[in-house]
Structure formats: C-alpha cells, structure tokens
Design a protein around this ligand. Structure first.
Ligand SMILES: [Zn+2]
Ligand SMILES: [Zn+2]
Length: 376
C-alpha cells in the first residue's frame, strides 16, 4: 500500500534544512506485516536529537531511511503469530525491539537486546526484513525499528507497548523516547533515592524528562544546566531549584557552591563529551554520574583513575533509560496521569509532516523542546 513518509536519502546536507530539504515527503510502498509484525496507523511522532544526528551525519545510518523513532498510533492489522495485540489497540513504539530470548533479554535488560541492536544497526525490523520500498522498487531502511515519520508503519510486535486509549497521541509518543530515556536514567540506571541532590546537563526533551523525574523524587538540590537561557527558564518553571549556564567558565564551581560540594547524581543529557566532563566534575565524592547523550563515535572521554577509586565514584551509561518498555511505559503513564510527572510540559510544538524540515532547524537551533508531528 502507498503511504506518505519523510525519506532521508543523503546525510550531511547543509542547514538551513527548510531550504536544503534533507527529508523528502514521498509516497512509498509499505508491505503488509510479516510474521511477528504489526501494521500501525501512526498518529503522532516526536522529533528527537537522534533523528537530527542521522541527518547531520553525527550518527551514520544506512540510506535511504524513513526517520522517526518516537511514535504512537493505532494497530490496524497484525501479522501471523502475533499475540497480545489486536486491531484498534493504541500503542507506543520503543526504539529497541527486544527478542525476549537473548542473554540481555533473559536477564531483564532488553535495552541491550542483541538481535535488536543488530536489526537497528542494519536498518531492518527485528526479523531482518525491510517493509518499505520506493516507487522504483528499491528498499528503504527502517529507523530503529520504528520509522514513525509516516502515515503508517510496520513494526515488530516486540517494538510495541499497548497504552490506555484515553491518552492523547501526541503525549503518548513522548513516552517512546524522551520519557523512557530521561525518566529511566533517573529511576532505573541511577536508581536515585528520594531526596538526593541532582544536576542535569543538557535540557532537551530527555534532560527535562530526567529533571521531572528527579523532582518527582523530591530532589534536595535540582540544578539544571544548559547553554540556552530559554531552556534554563523552562527548567525553573518545571521545578529546578537553580540553573547554571554551561557556557560560563566557572559553571562547575557554581554548581559545587550551590550544592555544598557537588551532587550525588549528575546526569549528562546533551550528547557531548564536554557535557559528560562537566557532569562528572560536578558529581560529589561517592556520587554517581549517568550519561545518556549520544555523541559522535569518535568523541572520547578521559578521567582521573585515582579520583575514580579514592572518591568511590560511579560512572554509568544509560540506553533506553535501562527500561523494560512493557513494564516501564505503563508505569510512567500512570505517574503522568496521577500528576506526578507532567511530561506534557515537554511538548512545545505540533506540526504537519510537510513542515518537518523547518522543524529540524528549530531543533538544531535549540529553539524547541519536543516538537511532535501529528498525522490524521
Ligand atoms: Zn530519541
Ligand atoms: Zn533480545
């Protein structure tokens, strides 16, 4: 069946994207779902920095590709062998499909699923197939098993989590990346206890979701750090107790001053080694630094070995918020509905698929938090 989709054919086109138009809105062919797969009518898909990183070449992926990995929609058809999902179900996509059988899956860490990682790297669905083709019959790759910037998508059933039908789609989509990555980093990866001191470096959708989670856990100090004054102002509205501009040369000293020597939990949510250095420097002795940003593969980070040991520091990476999506997405939705985690505050703009290139200019300029494409 023909569906409209935003196709990236070439990485590294120059900004402004409203002019260079790296994403072409094309009519593509979508195959029916195969075994273990589901056809979803996409209703909302958020723009994430990881999409931008494919467009600008920071995170190379096989081309061509339909981008978008933070999506919500309605199940329209199920392939052979799918259980637990039915036509009409509202679903959110997780950007790592989990096979359920590999060693990480079997030990409760589906974010590290080995076949899921392999499929995501190859730009296929979990079963190794590509269900997207262009008008000439050439295959188009899937983005992280989702490819949500399209009217419809075929996904592995293992990429999907059923959500309550009353939840608006634009809000539901946020749970697929920004919320599970940011909230999961705090709740799962850091296992932050109630009332700890926290700093978040990088205030995009993921960083602000982490900030909301830390506020939910009554963080004693909640320091928000970014180079963008507009985002610092949003962080104060969302409950940050202090803000520090990362561009100021004494940013680390300011945080240590504000928190009496540093925070127990420092979060890097900006996707750069420099941000990680800052997050590590402002973590107190005995503290934990969690990094969830994705930087260019050539970026390196070095630390003082002696300090790591003698100060009993912990440094942890966090992917997909160390989440079990089928357990955590419903849990985080409950917290949202109870008013504990107001993640709708992250939704800054709604747009149509045709306006997606200009929206990536706003994302690149740091002028938005989470923009969501809405599809009828
Ligand atoms: Zn993302
Ligand atoms: Zn697995």
């Amino acid at each position: 069946m023909g569906v409209r989709a935003a196709v990236l054919r070439e990485i590294g086109r120059p900004a402004p994207y409203a002019e260079s138009r790296p994403l072409a809105i094309e009519q593509v062919e979508l195959d029916p779902p195969g075994p273990g797969e589901v056809w979803v009518h996409v209703r909302a898909a958020g723009l994430c920095h990881s999409d931008l990183s494919v467009i600008d070449g920071n995170r190379p992926r096989p081309m061509p590709m339909v981008l978008g990995h933070e999506a919500a929609g309605v199940v329209e058809a199920i392939g052979p062998g799918v259980t637990g999902l039915a036509r009409g179900d509202h679903v959110v996509a997780a950007f790592v499909p989990s096979c359920g059988h590999c060693k990480p899956c079997a030990t409760g860490r589906p974010a590290l699923c080995e076949p899921g990682f392999k499929a995501n790297s190859a730009g296929t669905l979990l079963g190794g197939e590509r269900r997207l083709h262009d008008a000439g019959g050439h295959d188009i790759h899937h983005h992280l098993g989702v490819s949500g910037f399209a009217q419809h998508a075929v996904l592995a059933a293992n990429s999907l989590v059923r959500v309550p039908p009353g939840l608006p789609f634009a809000e539901a989509a946020l749970f697929g990346c920004a919320v599970i990555t940011g909230v999961g980093a705090v709740v799962n990866t850091a296992a932050m206890p109630q009332g700890a001191s926290v700093a978040v470096v990088g205030l995009g959708g993921v960083g602000l979701a982490a900030l909301l989670a830390a506020r939910m856990l009554d963080a004693e100090h909640l320091v928000a750090i970014d180079m963008n004054e507009g985002k610092l102002a949003v962080a104060r509205e969302l409950g940050a107790t202090a803000t520090v501009n990362a561009a100021s040369p004494d940013a680390a000293e300011q945080v240590r001053e504000l928190t009496g020597g540093g925070v127990a939990y420092g979060f890097e949510m900006a996707g750069s080694a420099r941000a990680l250095e800052l997050a590590y420097r402002i973590t107190a002795r005995g503290g934990t630094t969690v990094s969830a940003g994705l930087s260019h593969p050539q970026q390196q980070f070095s630390l003082q070995h002696l300090g790591l040991v003698a100060e009993e520091r912990t440094l942890k990476g966090s992917y997909l918020g160390s989440c079990v999506p089928s357990r955590d997405i419903p849990r985080y939705i409950e917290w949202y509905r109870a008013g504990r985690l107001p993640v709708d505050r992250l939704l800054s703009e709604r747009l149509r698929l045709d306006d997606i290139n200009a929206a990536f200019d706003r994302l690149a300029a740091g002028e938005s938090i989470r923009q969501v494409v809405e599809i009828d």
